[in-house]
Ligand binder design. Structure first.
Ligand code: OGA
Ligand code: NI
Length: 331
């Protein structure tokens, strides 16, 4: 079947095909090998956020914000609107602060990914809220509420991470300049041949930490000792992963986690990552306290804008962007 890549959103393409179009098919050496993936939920630590945030209030508010499928509902409604309505937000320019797109970066990549996504900048909220989709009617209100509350959790987690590195509690907070926060609403339609393609191939997130809310459909996998492991959904939990900027700030003490999303033939999947980040002009470098003779400085300093642009332009083909910012480049 001849399909012009990216002239349509994946959702509209996927609803009436029974084979994956050729531009989504990965070379044999780069396929998900779904039968070789283990699921070992037990080895991923479960943390009670009451312990981290020290506040029942934040946790309860978040619980309320995501209650059952309320928050997924508004996301699902967005993706089920007619194409003409969804396309109002469409853009293939990664520098746009609000945009619907498909795959990862349709301008630079050779093989496409089985995903549509709406990406929103959410901090400072008042700078972006007016750009967000205005339908479904409760979209702005619900998503804004979620983003405000999840930010509080992110800030507490950053304090806990700072402390765990032996830094002052507010070290990371201060390192991020004015701060930034993005969110994606990822929509993975059912795929007729999930063994041939990815929702998202293996990658590390370029930001500081990612707080992922996923619905009840499996798809997320993390690389652990060279093996992909399925992180199956557990109700009322977030998945939290360290991104590239923590790896830099910690001077490689903490590693940015490689992860990917696979798709399935039976059910659509929605995942909603919050990407907490530095503000664009923030200058990122390893914390001086974590540099000594035993731990020489691993990275040169850079602005987050520089990093972020590299991330989007080089694609997800190579696993991490960090090597481009090493103090002694080894690629
Ligand atoms: C991402 C991501 C994983 C998922 O959007 O960066 O890794 O499960 N998503 O959708
Ligand atoms: Ni990711």
């Amino acid at each position: 079947m001849a399909v012009a890549p990216h002239k349509v959103l994946l959702l509209d393409l996927a609803s009436n095909i029974n084979r994956v179009p050729s531009n989504y098919i990965r070379p044999i050496s780069d396929r998900p090998n779904l039968d070789k993936v283990d699921s070992i939920d037990a080895s991923i630590p479960l943390i009670d956020l009451h312990d981290v945030t020290g506040s029942n209030d934040v946790v309860q508010q978040i619980g309320r914000a995501c209650k059952d499928y309320g928050f997924f509902q508004v996301s699902r409604e967005f993706f089920s609107m007619p194409q003409s309505e969804r396309l109002k937000s469409y853009s293939d320019d990664p520098s746009k602060t609000t945009r619907l797109s498909t795959s990862f970066n349709v301008k630079t990549e050779k093989v496409s990914n089985w995903r549509d996504f709406l990406r929103l900048h959410c901090y400072p909220l008042e700078d972006y809220l007016h750009e967000w989709p205005s339908s479904p009617t409760s979209f702005r209100e619900d998503v804004a509420e979620y983003s405000r509350r999840i930010r509080k959790v992110a800030l507490r987690l950053l304090e806990a991470i700072s402390e765990s590195l032996g830094l002052e509690r507010d070290y990371i907070d201060r390192a991020l300049g004015k701060h930034g926060q993005h969110m994606a609403l990822n929509y993975y339609p059912p795929c007729p041949q999930p063994e041939l393609t990815y929702g998202l191939p293996g990658h590390a997130d370029p930001n500081v930490i990612t707080i992922l809310l996923q619905d009840d459909v499996p798809g997320l996998q993390v690389l652990n000792n060279g093996k992909w492991l399925a992180v199956n959904p557990i109700p009322h939990t977030f998945i939290i992963n360290i991104g590239d900027q923590i790896q830099v700030l910690s001077n490689d003490r903490y590693k940015s986690v490689l992860h990917r999303a696979v798709v399935n033939s039976y059910k659509e999947r929605i995942s909603i990552p919050t990407f907490y980040c530095p503000s664009p002009e923030a200058i990122i470098a390893p914390a001086p306290k974590l540099i000594d003779e035993e731990h020489p400085c691993q990275y040169k300093s850079f602005t987050y804008t520089e990093y972020y642009q590299k991330f989007w332009n080089r694609g997800l083909a190579k696993e991490t962007c960090l090597d481009l910012f090493r103090a002694t480049p080894y690629i």
